[in-house]
Design a protein around this ligand. Sequence first.
Ligand SMILES: [Zn+2]
Length: 205
Amino acid sequence: MLSTIKKMIKGYEEFRKKYVHGENSAMQKLANDGQQAQIMVVACCDSRVDPALILQCDPGDLFVVRNVANIVPPFEKDSGYHGTSAALEFGVCFLKVKHIILLGHSHCGGINALLNPKNIKENDFISKWVSVIDADINEKLTADELAKKALNRSYENCLSFPWIQDRVSNKDLMIHRWFFDIEKGEISGYDKNKQIYSGLTKDSI
Ligand SMILES: [Zn+2]
C-alpha cells in the first residue's frame, strides 16, 4: 500500500510539471475556457480499466462516468437518485458531446455478480444495480459474453432517454460499444452492420 501511495505522490508531481506549471498551463486554459469534452465514456469502476489511461487522454478530453459494470440504466423519472443518468444529461445536454462510448471489459466483477449471484450473497446495492441488465442468463454464457450482452442492453437504455434518442436521430450523437480485453490490453469495437466486435482503428469512431 505504501508503495502505491509513494507512486501517487510522484505521479501528482509529474502531473503538476506537465499540466500545471507555467503561466499558460493546460489547467489554467481549461479553467478559463471551461471543459469542452466531445467524448463521454461510461466505464466500469474496475481499477484496471481507467479510460483516460488506456486511451492516453489529457485533462479536458473525456467526460467520464464510472459505475459497477459500466451500466446505463433506463430512463426513469421518479424519486430515485439517478447518478449515471445525471452524468448522461450533463454530458449530452450541456456539454453536447458528440460521442458516447460504452466501455465494457473482460473479467468484470459486476458482470460476475450477475452471472453467479451466490458468490456475492449478502450485499446492499450490487445485486440490485447489476440486475438492471436484465439479460437472459439461462444460456451458458461466459462472463465476457454476458459483458457484451450487457453493452447491448446499455445501448438500448441510452436510447430510452428522449434527449439522447433525438440527438442520435439527428446524427448529432453517436453511441459506441467498445470492449476492453484486460489480458491482451486490446479494445474491440462493435460493428453494427456486421454485428461483431473487431479491432479498434481510426475509423471506429
Ligand atoms: Zn467491471
